[in-house]
Design a binder for this molecule. Structure first.
Ligand SMILES: *[C@@H]1O[C@H](CO)[C@@H](O)[C@H](O)[C@H]1NC(C)=O
Ligand SMILES: *[C@@H]1O[C@H](CO)[C@@H](O)[C@H](O)[C@H]1NC(C)=O
Ligand SMILES: *[C@@H]1O[C@H](CO)[C@@H](O)[C@H](O)[C@H]1NC(C)=O
Length: 380
């Protein structure tokens, strides 16, 4: 395999380095507790996670770690899909995707899983990484274990890594990227919508059809009637953003606006979801201060007051994962344990360019239903 052409500034801080290796796996903070549950069936990153219902999560696509012995030597795009049963803490393989996809755009609607495009292997051996957009779209019914083809994404809107939200049976996709190839990964402003009732892609009013600035690897969701696009990046791993874009889905002509409240730590490669009336943003990639290039930040956006709160950091910082809320927990399966492509030198002298996780980390908030009892300290 050709050596990565990623070139990044190396910032090796021995003190921080040893601290990172000894962080506890389970951590308790005033706002919640971290734990890890049954690991994924394989190390995986750049997948998407959705909750089919309160008890079943699904992990779709992404890339699996490729190993020579215990050394990760690369990643491979996967078509595998696994369901996680929360009550029994078990994973199971189900019918694979019709094609391997990383950074897939995924939503769960009425107990079914919709995959609306993503990035597929481009197959050019001159590149270490060569992932290109496909608009192929499919829906999965867990009761029959069958994937059914849907109308493809409209020509020109094919992409992966979009922020996905669901409102009244319509799946909205914002931003994303067409290509991820050594050193190339421009963000997009494109916003599109797929109606799960008619099975058709919608034409959005001009005001709603683009977010204010290109984003990929962002977080976001629909909360009540509003679609949020939070953080993310544009041209590369270090181009992290702190913005919150909003669209009122009941008044599309009013168009996108940008909240005055910026995320405390600008970053991309984040994951996040809504729990109660708050949006939690976890981790990220492109942190020049950390030897492994990751952000451990957990920052929470109050969707009612538009105030940010910084929580204790993740015990195991991750990027390239996909967080999903169910009950009073947020589940974070797999992800990358270091910045992709960055030469991360271990104490043994071994150099890693990627480190794909299989752990299922879970953050459980304390006192759900009594939000006032939280030790929230909003960022002024
Ligand atoms: C939990 O995390 C620890 C430390 O990373 C790891 O050794 C253990 O295998 C994990 N357990 C599961 C079930 O993932
Ligand atoms: C796997 O690792 C061994 C030991 O370091 C090395 O000799 C071998 O060439 C490697 N194989 C591949 C396919 O990289
Ligand atoms: C959730 O969905 C799974 C998969 O379809 C199903 O087996 C399970 O019974 C559902 N659970 C509930 C509570 O509806």
């Amino acid at each position: 395999m050709r050596r990565s052409t990623f070139s990044f500034t190396h910032l090796i801080l021995p003190a921080l380095f040893s601290r990172a290796l000894t962080l506890p796996v389970i951590q308790s903070s005033p706002q919640g507790e971290w734990n890890n549950l049954s690991a994924l069936l394989q190390p995986r990153q750049e997948h998407t996670t959705v909750a089919i219902n309160e008890t079943t999560l699904a992990v779709a696509g992404g890339v699996l770690g490729v190993y020579n012995g215990s050394t990760q030597v690369g990643v491979q795009t996967t078509d595998t899909v696994q369901l996680y049963d929360i009550p029994s803490d078990t994973w199971a393989d189900v019918a694979p995707l019709p094609l391997g996809l990383n950074h897939p755009n995924v939503a769960a609607v009425d107990g079914k899983i919709y995959i609306l495009g993503g990035l597929a292997d481009g197959g050019n051996p001159d590149y270490f990484i060569d992932w290109v957009a496909t608009g192929d779209s499919h829906v999965y019914d867990p009761s029959t274990n069958v994937w059914t083809e849907l109308e493809s994404m409209p020509r020109g809107t094919e992409r992966g890594s979009a922020v996905v939200g669901v409102h009244d049976g319509v799946i909205y996709l914002a931003g994303g990227m067409k290509l991820l190839r050594d050193g190339e990964q421009a963000g997009l402003t494109t916003v599109t919508a797929f109606d799960t009732i008619s099975g058709k892609w919608q034409v959005l009013p001009e005001e709603a059809a683009n977010i204010p600035d290109p984003r990929q690897h962002a977080a976001g969701a629909v909360y009540e009637n509003t679609f949020y696009v939070i953080g993310g990046r544009n041209v590369d791993q270090y181009d992290g953003k702190d913005t919150v874009f909003k669209l009122d889905l009941d008044d599309l002509e009013a168009g996108w606006t940008t909240s005055d409240a910026t995320m405390p730590t600008a970053r991309g490669g984040v994951s996040g979801d809504v729990l109660g009336d708050k949006f939690f943003v976890f981790g990220g990639e492109g942190n020049k201060e950390a030897p492994n290039g990751l952000f451990d930040q957990v920052e929470v956006f109050d969707l009612q007051t538009e105030k940010w709160t910084e929580l204790d950091g993740m015990p195991i910082p991750k990027h390239g994962t996909s967080a999903v809320a169910a009950g009073k927990s947020i589940y974070i399966p797999g992800g990358g344990l270091q910045q992709d492509g960055k030469e991360y030198v271990l104490e043994s002298g071994e150099v890693k360019l990627a480190d794909t996780s299989k752990s299922l980390d879970v953050f459980t908030v304390k006192g759900r239903g009594d939000w006032e009892s939280y030790s929230w300290s909003p960022v002024p």
